[in-house]
Write a protein that binds this ligand. Sequence first.
Ligand code: 1CP
Length: 336
Amino acid sequence: MGGTMKLLLRAARGEAVPRPPVWFMRQAGRSLPEYRALRADVGMLESCRRPDLVCEITLQPVRRHKVDAAILFSDIVVPLRAAGIDLDIVAGTGPVVASPVRTADDVAAIRPLEPGDVAFVAEAIRLLLAELGETALIGFAGAPFTLASYLVEGGPSRHHAKTKALMYGAPDVWHALCARLASITRVFLEVQIAAGVDAVQLFDSWAGSLSEADYRRYVLPHSRAVLDGLTVPRIHFGVGTGELLPAMAEAGADVVGVDWRTPLDVAASRVPGKVLQGNLDPCVLTAPWPVVAAETRRVVAEGKKAPGHIFNLGHGVLPETDPDVLTRLVEVVQSS
Ligand code: 1CP
């Protein structure tokens, strides 16, 4: 196939493809025994800083499942840590921030990210490109709202109540925080693009907690500042964002990520002209195989209503997922 453009890129550009490309959010890590073995003695953030480990962990699901794209092994808080924010990823919990960001002074203390702060990411990407061949490499970052939710709450939260309290109660502080996060995220994505990733995904995982009006007022301008003018295809994803799909597309997206709540044919009518990514419910993978196969074929069929479709789950692979089911699912999509 030498010389032809990678399948994922062709689909992302809305070109005609013989079948949808397939990859999975959170395909690296948690569900794979070979990942757990590698990580046994290495902390999550430390593993993200070691190019050899990043390369190996990123390749594990590619070897095993033969997916059409790799996603860089990293985390959305990696650039924040690299910019000097005191935080850690705690096993079983997720990101935990030492001093939550609540005031104008807290915001002013967040410094910009210099490309050299994440040189280890660029190095990992160079190692990966030498191994990946026709498999696309997707870089990623967290969007300002989702990053802000961790910084303001101090860790994972269900309702993002403190985040919204800042947003509604001190909009100047909120916008200053999101502007700084947008700048860090922009630099982080530009480093990945300069190093050679084929596409990027912006995870605004928790944006679905907002109304469309609030998303447009408090979030969209900042996500647009991240995405505007990037030179590779941009995938823009959130969970529970059925009502936000047009606004997220406006913020910037060549490909709109859709969770399982909105069927792809419905999503296609909400964002006409956009390529879609998604959207099998990750929980379906725990069902008997005939159910998995039927649901996969339904998603493939509904995806045909969009100008292009990249097959994925509606959110990340659950840790308890049987990896063999993922491998078989890839075979179903690739023979569709
Ligand atoms: O020790 C471990 O293995 C910790 C588990 C883990 C892993 C494997 C975390 C902690 N992060 C990661 C890697 C990771 N994180 C990847 C690369 C792997 C892949 O996709 O194949 C990616 C893309 C992320 C992105 C990420 N981190 C998001 C956006 C995606 C999403 O799921 O919506 C979010 C919200 C995070 C925060 C985070 N990091 C880790 C956890 C457990 C969480 C979620 C915490 C919460 O519920 O708020």
